[in-house]
Design a protein around this ligand. Structure first.
Ligand code: G1P
Length: 301
C-alpha cells in the first residue's frame, strides 16, 4: 500500500526553550525566518506525503494560523505592491498537502501523541516526523524510509551513530545483522538507556515509517522512561511479532530542540539565505578574529 500519510507530534511543552516557549509553541520558533514546523511539512511534501495530521495541544493555535490564509495581511501586501512577500505568504497556504489537526489533552508522551492519530491513519502505513530534527540529504529522509517500505513492507526507523556519551538522550537500537547496505535487522529498541548499558551508539532520530499494527500495541502500552508512554517501547514490542528495520541516515541532521543546536542551525541556514548571507558571513569572520584575539590574550596572562 502506498504511504500517503504522516503524523507530526507537536504537543510538547517546549521546556528546553523557556521562557521563549511560555506562550509560543516551540514549533513556531524560526530558523532565520521560517518556523521549524514548516521545514517538516515541506519535507513531507517533498517525500510524496498527501495528508498530514499535526497533534497539537494547548497554546498551539498559531501553528494552525501559520498554515492558514491571512486575508488582511495579503490585502495589505497587495496594496503596497509587495508582490514577493505576498507570494511568499500565499505559498505557505498552498503547500500542496492537506493538513489536519487534533489535540493531545495531556502531555503523556510521544507514544500517547501518536495514538491520537489512530482514526486518521486507519489501516495504512504512515510516517512519523518529529519537529526537533531537521534533516538534509539529496533524497529527503522520509522518502528514504518510504522507499525502504515499498521494498520490504516493514516498519523502518531512521537511526544514525551519535557520540557514545550522548546515547542516553535517545532511543537506541541493539543491532543484529545488516541485511543490505544501510538496512539493519534489530534485536531490541531501548528508550534512553544509561550510557554504560546502551546496546549501541545508533540513535533513533526523528523519522519513523510504521505499520498500523503499532496502534493496538500503543493502546496497551504501559508508561516507560520518565513515566511516559514511549513510542520506542511499542516499536520494541512490535518487533517481536513483525520485522522492524533500522535505516541508517547518512545525511546531515540538525537538532534544533536544544539551544546550541538551534543557534548552530540558524547560523548555517543564515549563511545560505539570499538576503543575509553576505553580511552574516562578514560578521562571523570578524567575530571569529575577535574571539581568537581574546583567546590568545587570555592564554598570555
Ligand atoms: C524522542 C524519542 C527518542 C528519539 C528522539 C529523537 O525523544 O522518544 O526515542 O531518539 O525523540 O529526537 P525526545 O527527544 O522527544 O525526548
Amino acid at each position: 500500500m502506498k504511504v500517503r500519510k504522516a503524523v507530526i507530534p507537536a504537543a510538547g511543552l517546549g521546556t528546553r526553550f523557556l521562557p521563549a516557549t511560555k506562550a509560543m509553541p516551540k514549533e513556531m520558533v524560526p530558523i532565520v525566518d521560517k518556523p521549524t514546523i514548516q521545514f517538516i511539512v515541506e519535507e513531507a511534501k517533498k517525500s510524496g506525503i498527501e495528508d498530514i495530521l499535526i497533534v497539537t495541544g494547548k497554546n498551539k493555535r498559531s501553528i494552525e494560523d501559520h498554515f492558514d490564509a491571512n486575508p488582511e495581511l495579503e490585502q495589505d501586501l497587495e496594496e503596497k505592491g509587495k508582490t514577493e512577500l505576498l507570494h511568499l505568504t500565499q505559498s505557505i497556504t498552498n503547500l500542496g498537502v492537506n493538513l489536519y489537526y487534533t489535540r493531545q489533552p495531556h502531555p503523556a508522551g510521544l507514544g500517547d501523541a501518536i495514538l491520537r492519530a489512530r482514526s486518521f491513519v486507519g489501516d495504512e502505513p504512515f510516517a512519523v516526523m518529529l519537529g526537533d530534527d531537521l534533516m538534509e540529504d539529496k533524497v529527503p529522509l522520509t522518502k528514504q524510509l518510504i522507499d525502504r517500505y515499498d521494498k520490504t513492507h516493514a516498519s523502518t526507523i531512521a537511526v544514525m551513530p551519535v557520540p557514545h556519551e550522548e546515547v542516553s538522550k535517545y532511543g537506541v537500537i541493539d543491532p543484529d545483522s545488516e541485511i543490505e547496505p544501510g538496512l539493519i535487522n534489530v534485536k531490541a529498541f531501548v528508550e534512553k538507556p544509561d550510557v554504560d548499558k546502551a546496546p549501541s551508539d545508533y540513535a533513533i532520530i526523528g523519522r519513523y515509517l510504521l505499520t498500523p499494527e503499532i496502534f493496538d500495541i500503543l493502546a496497551h502500552q504501559k508508561p516507560g522512561r520518565g513515566g511516559e508512554i514511549q513510542l520506542t517501547d511499542a516499536i520494541d514490542t512490535m518487533n517481536k511479532t513483525q520485522r522492524v528495520f533500522a535505516h541508517v541516515f547518512n545525511g546531515e541532521r540538525h537538532d534544533v530542540g536544544n539551544k546550541e543546536g538551534y543557534l548552530e542551525t540558524s547560523i548555517e541556514y543564515g549563511l545560505s539565505h539570499p538576503q543575509i548571507k553576505d553580511d552574516l558571513r562578514e560578521y562571523i569572520i570578524n567575530m571569529a578574529q575577535k574571539l581568537q584575539k581574546e583567546d590568545k590574550n587570555s592564554k598570555k596572562k
